[in-house]
Write a protein that binds this ligand. Structure first.
Ligand code: UGA
Length: 358
């Protein structure tokens, strides 16, 4: 299978390459200016990397050639870090909507199957978050169902929603090209994939504020307190990157089932509040290091405005209905959160805390 992957050098892309390049049936052409996470694949004759962004006008001619000759295009290129949504809203809208649109158009022009990575954030906030607390008991008011749930975002001044809105518009464009021109597509809405190589550790190999896993990990590594935004009441469901990549593999291998569908990819069993996640992570780190003092690593609370700046608003809860992925792809995630954290945090520990041999 000839696969084009745009944004192949990031967290998801690097794991997807590990998985697909293990199988001699896959031939991959990728675009990404960054190759730090995928260096081990650069020598593989079944992988070609173009070290540039795909949407640049000078790159598009080459991208179109690759699209014409491939079986499927996977778009992973995005700005997907919440710290950017309200602080660099134009860059976020550009990257997640306008830069993606030329790719959507090329896939439509050549009727090439487009597997587009969207986000659980397209759902926005749950209905129950606007109702009295008791409404939390009714799954109709909080469960996220791909083809039924309304997409609810906050006001324009809360620029947190630039990402969700841009991603939603990209989904709508893809769907419109499908209905009007027959573009074959699959949209994947990831729900908090966790695993090695996610984001970076601030001041070590990146700047700014990464996503929560790396923020808590950075605090543990540096001895600083873990910070709970607005008390850490927001809930997330966490899925292993390895099981998520297995879902993508199933999408690729079952086109008759996966084409023209939207899939939630998440694990309902692993729901935690951010306060619970912080506590579980410090206890996991005590196990990894053998140092019981980490069990009491300081956890403090901070306001969203202090942590992210003006215009941040949180997604309260993300409980996916994954019945469609189970039914059509035969995908059932089973890895529980403690196991995911143990493997993931061990990889961060080995990378950042264990001195490297000279
Ligand atoms: C993320 C990103 O929007 C996307 O990468 C992705 O599409 C989506 O999740 C997904 O994977 O489903 P979010 O889960 O809000 O969104 O991102 P995180 O930065 O991981 O934040 C999770 C929660 O932890 C939020 O409530 C945030 O306020 C909180 N947080 C974050 C803390 O309490 N402390 C921190 O140090 C960092």
């Amino acid at each position: 299978m000839r696969v084009v992957i745009l944004g192949c050098g990031g967290f998801v892309g690097s794991h997807l390459l590990d998985n697909l390049l293990d199988d001699p049936r896959y031939q991959i052409e990728g675009w990404d200016p960054e190759d730090r996470k995928i260096r081990r694949h650069l020598v593989n004759p079944r992988f070609t990397l173009h070290r540039t962004v795909a949407h640049a006008p000078e790159a598009l001619v080459e991208v179109e050639r690759a699209i014409v000759h491939c079986d499927v295009v996977i778009n992973l290129a995005a700005i997907c870090n919440p710290a950017d949504y309200n602080t660099q809203p134009l860059a976020v809208i550009r990257a997640n909507l306008f830069d993606v649109y030329p790719i959507v158009e090329l896939c439509a022009k050549h009727r090439r199957w487009l597997v587009s990575f969207s986000t659980s954030e397209t759902y926005g906030r749950t209905i129950s978050s606007y109702l009295p607390a008791s409404s939390d008991a009714d799954p109709d008011l909080y469960e996220l169902r791909e083809d039924e749930t309304p997409l609810i975002m906050g006001p324009i001044r809360n620029q947190r929603w630039t990402y969700a809105c841009a991603k939603q518009m990209t989904e709508r464009l893809i769907y419109a090209h499908h209905t009007e021109e027959g573009l074959p597509f699959t949209i994947i809405r990831p729900l908090n994939f966790f695993g090695p190589r996610m984001d970076y550790i601030p001041t070590r190999d990146g700047d700014g504020v990464p996503r929560v896993l790396a923020c808590f990990m950075a605090a543990l590594l540096s001895g600083e307190p873990m910070q709970l935004v607005d008390g850490g009441h927001a809930r997330r469901t966490i899925v292993s990157i390895y099981e998520a990549v297995d879902a993508i593999r199933r999408v690729l291998e079952k086109p008759e089932a996966s084409q023209n569908q939207i899939f939630n990819i998440g694990n309902r069993q692993n729901e935690v509040t951010m306060a619970e996640l912080a506590d579980l992570m410090r206890r996991t780190y005590a196990t990894i290091t053998g140092d019981p003092r980490y069990n009491d690593h300081p956890i403090v609370t901070t306001s969203a405005e202090q942590f992210y700046g003006k215009g941040y608003e949180d997604c309260d809860r993300r409980m996916p209905d994954i019945g469609k992925a189970e039914r059509l792809l035969g995908w059932v995630p089973t890895m529980r959160l403690p196991e995911i954290l143990l493997g993931t945090m061990r990889s961060y520990h080995d990378e950042y805390a264990v001195p490297k041999a000279a």
